[in-house]
Design a protein around this ligand. Structure first.
Ligand code: UDP
Ligand code: MG
Length: 328
């Protein structure tokens, strides 16, 4: 069994409250994994500062000062969780054999990493961390999160149930992911499309250790909509079916109206007429909205803007005082 170099990738946005608690936890876990011989000593924790407006970056630098295993990546501005994660993974893949991405709020049980690495040793290229329970989430967060998964499934975006972004990916899987050039990122839905042998590890999700969630209901809905429209064209197909159905009903309505006219009751009908106008108007605007969502996606993709810009990478500014370096 060869020991891989592991990079733990941690996106951080305005997390100065929680980083002093969880930062050392990640480093401790890394040390534990190294000491038990599961990973090589060159393994690192890569903190990605996603354009935080507070002291997160200073906190990362402080961690790095106290322990060389902590490294930081600074994005030029806030790019959102998914892009920050991608930036971290794409940087880490050049240094590591395997990566594990995890949120920096301490909600995900770090001890699941042992099981993930075991699955990796058994040949899995992707290992999903799946929450066995959500008891510590508030009822609201739990229901809204579970609703999100159901909604995604309903509209044809295949995602692993109760899996967020706590996952192991091998270098091979990351190189596969690097070939996906889309700007509208929804990693959870994209990674199953990369393929390779995958497996799951179950863990209990804990409460956020400090700070506040960055995913209130509005952002969750946004994420769901993004997930659906960037992964699936099922809504467009549903519109077609809806259109067919409405046309069919209209056809029947026409027949009924003609029959009523033949019997001579034509003066009423004002109410039903208005109902039909309102109904069809609503359906049309709704459908236009959905089509608009996709056009918006095409717009973003066709501009092909960079998904993130790296301002600083501490991995590149390693203190070069290692005499016993193996590469001449
Ligand atoms: N995050 C980020 N950029 C953002 C928003 C969030 O990098 O624009 C990070 C955040 O620091 C955390 C992770 O993404 O490590 C997940 O965010 P959070 O814990 O707030 O979401 P929740 O777990 O409540 O869904
Ligand atoms: Mg969280």
């Amino acid at each position: 069994m060869t020991q891989p170099i592991l990079y733990i990738v941690v996106p951080c946005y305005n997390e100065e409250a929680v980083l002093p608690i969880t930062g050392p936890m990640f480093l401790e876990k890394l040390r534990e994994l190294t000491e038990s011989g599961q990973i090589r000593e060159e393994s690192r924790v890569l903190f990605v500062n996603d354009g935080s407006k507070d002291g997160t970056w200073d906190e990362i630098l402080r961690l790095r000062q106290s322990d060389e295993h902590a490294q930081g990546l600074k994005l030029s501005r806030n790019q959102g969780h998914q892009n920050a994660l991608l930036a971290g993974l794409m940087t880490a893949k050049d240094y590591a054999d395997v990566t594990i991405s995890v949120d920096c709020d301490g909600q995900d049980d770090l001890n699941a990493m042992d099981a993930m690495l075991k699955e990796y040793q058994d040949g899995a290229e992707v290992v999903y961390g799946v929450r066995a329970s959500r008891e510590t989430d508030t009822v609201f967060k739990r229901t809204s999160a579970q609703g999100l998964y159901k909604l995604l499934r309903l509209f044809g975006a295949e995602v692993v149930y109760n899996h967020a972004d706590y996952r192991l990916m091998s270098k091979k899987a990351l190189e596969g992911l690097a070939q996906f050039k889309e700007v509208n990122l929804f990693l959870r839905g994209l990674i199953p499309l990369v393929g390779f042998k995958s497996s799951s590890v179950y863990y209990d999700r804990k409460a956020r250790l400090a700070g506040e969630t960055h995913y209130p209901l509005s952002k969750m809905l946004h994420l769901a909509l993004d997930g659906i429209t960037s992964l699936s064209v099922r809504p467009l197909k549903m519109i077609t079916s809806l259109g067919l159905l409405v046309s069919l009903i209209s056809l029947i309505a026409v027949v009924v109206v003609v029959i009523i006219k033949l019997f001579g009751y034509t003066v009423q009908g004002w109410t039903s007429l208005l109902c039909v106008i309102f109904l069809l108007g609503g359906v049309q605007i709704f459908c236009l909205g959905i089509i608009g969502e996709y056009i918006g996606k095409i717009y973003a993709e066709s501009k092909a803007r960079p998904r993130y810009i790296i301002e600083k990478n501490t991995l590149e500014e390693k203190p070069e005082n290692t005499e016993n370096s193996q590469n001449p």
